[in-house]
Design a binder for this molecule. Structure first.
Ligand SMILES: [Cu+2]
Length: 173
């Protein structure tokens, strides 16, 4: 495991790397890959990542929830829609590092929540707030839309349904 000590920021990650060090050959090649991948963890976490070298998704603390602070289910709104994202019992933090009782918001437009552990994709309907943002202005086309808050860990891995909240809004023309 000492061969990973040149990555001081990844001390937490290296805890899980032990399983790779049975074979020196594997460990060496994995080490190179890991170094390349993890220096840009935020950008590459949606692509091929060696999941054996990263910590598991943290457990969800009891009594935790996410919620829309300023929007009610069934509300009629104007675009762009101001969305204030609330989190109770869990810390809103920047993406990139896996920390216990911590993560960041995602807003899914007309898309379903993700099962626990699944990486939330990043595209025009899956918005990530990896700088710990708690509010956003979201342009939406007129008509009905579902908005789903999905909380996920530092590697964008979903905390599942229990840290998710869905509402429907109608956007005025
Ligand atoms: Cu994310």
């Amino acid at each position: 495991m000492r061969k990973f000590s040149f990555l001081p920021a990844l001390i937490a990650l290296s805890v899980m790397v032990g399983c790779n060090s049975n074979s020196n050959q594997d460990a060496n090649s994995t080490g190179d890959t890991t170094a390349t991948t993890t220096t840009t963890a935020m950008d590459t976490s949606h692509s091929n990542m060696d999941m054996s070298s990263v910590p598991p998704v943290p457990a969800i603390p009891a009594g935790t929830r996410v919620y829309f602070v300023n929007l009610k289910d069934g509300e009629t709104v104007s675009s762009p829609v101001k969305v204030e994202m609330g989190a109770e019992g869990i810390h809103v933090d920047s993406a990139g590092t896996v920390r216990q009782a911590s993560g960041h918001h995602h807003l899914l437009v007309d898309a379903s929540s993700f099962p626990y552990g699944q990486v939330v994709p990043k595209d025009s309907t899956h918005l990530h707030f990896g700088n710990a943002q708690k509010q956003a202005e979201v342009p939406l086309t007129p008509g009905k839309h579902t908005l789903t808050l999905q909380f996920a860990d530092g590697l964008h891995r979903s905390y599942g349904d229990s840290l998710s909240k869905t509402i429907t809004v109608t956007v005025k023309k």
